[in-house]
Ligand binder design. Structure first.
Ligand code: URA
Length: 279
């Protein structure tokens, strides 16, 4: 949805949906809350409990009021070290193990803000494995990769060269949890997730790897240049637990193509290159 200044004020539901699309999906109060502060030592009794304790009852009036437990922020958990993430990822022998390893990973802040783990979907040993950046709002809600507007375009791009996530392709992301408000993943978040996506690739064993968008291409191919310079070229992806290398063809992100349809011709060329390799 888009709003322009000359539109009349939208109804509350439309406005709320607009906020969610912008990433403002958490309700906050007007006053800041200090979750570390202990509550006053005299607990506040509810009207109901006060009414239920008549003052004439000596046993009740003599009993000291129980101390209220201080309200605390959730215990801070140490973020996972890169070594711990590598050890967890490389121990996974199957995709099920890998999913379980991600589910048990502790201390990764995006796990707290995301609604669902977005692991990946498709067939193993596919012709092509597509790897995006990170789930967006729709993916986070459904726990599935590329199901929003850009996912629908990616599906159409795949179909144009005979690929389908239910038959001969696999789709996942560098990060399996949504960064709040769809912000860019930080280098530290990418570093933690890298051993998992590398293991994911080794377990899926695609014939061709397609990093979707700049973040994915730079991360997987260890490059510094942006997608404008990386697309149109073929790379060899080398990773742990792989016998050889996998041909990798970087592709524009469909979210970018939705905004810049003039670039679709270049994306089409890259799709044809992918088709040639798998044929
Ligand atoms: N963008 C991505 O990079 N991945 C998704 O799953 C959805 C949108």
């Amino acid at each position: 949805m888009s709003l322009s200044l000359d539109e009349t004020v939208p109804d509350p539901e439309t406005l709320l949906q607009w906020y969610v699309e912008l990433g403002a999906d958490e309700a906050i109060g007007e006053e800041p809350v200090d979750w570390f502060a202990a509550t006053p030592s005299t607990p506040v009794q509810s009207a109901a409990s006060t009414a239920a304790a008549p003052v004439s009852d000596p046993k009740r009036s003599a009993a000291p009021a129980p101390e209220a437990a201080p309200r605390r922020a959730p215990a801070a958990v140490e973020p996972p070290s890169d070594n711990a993430a590598s050890a967890l990822a490389s121990a996974a022998q199957t995709l099920g193990d890998l999913r379980a390893a991600l589910e048990t990973l502790e201390g990764f802040p995006l796990k707290v803000t995301a609604t669902n783990l977005v692991f990946g979907e498709g067939v193993t040993q596919p012709d092509v494995m597509f790897i995006g950046e990170a789930p967006g709002a729709d993916e986070d809600r459904q726990g599935r990769p590329f199901v929003g507007a850009s996912g629908r375009l990616l599906d159409r791009m795949m179909q144009s060269i005979g690929l389908d996530r239910t038959e001969n392709a696999y789709i996942t992301n560098i990060l399996p949890w949504r960064p709040p408000g769809n912000r860019e993943p930080t280098p530290a978040e990418i570093a933690t997730c890298l051993p998992f996506i590398r293991r994911h690739i080794a377990l899926v064993r695609p014939r061709v790897l397609v990093p979707v968008g700049g973040t994915s291409a730079k991360t997987l191919l260890d490059q510094r240049q942006g997608i404008m310079r990386l697309r149109g070229r073929q790379f060899d992806y080398v990773g742990p637990d792989l016998d050889g290398s996998i041909p990798a063809i970087p592709l524009f992100h469909p979210a970018f193509l939705l905004r810049s349809s003039g670039q679709k011709a270049l994306a089409w060329r890259d799709l044809l290159t992918i088709k040639q390799i798998i044929q």
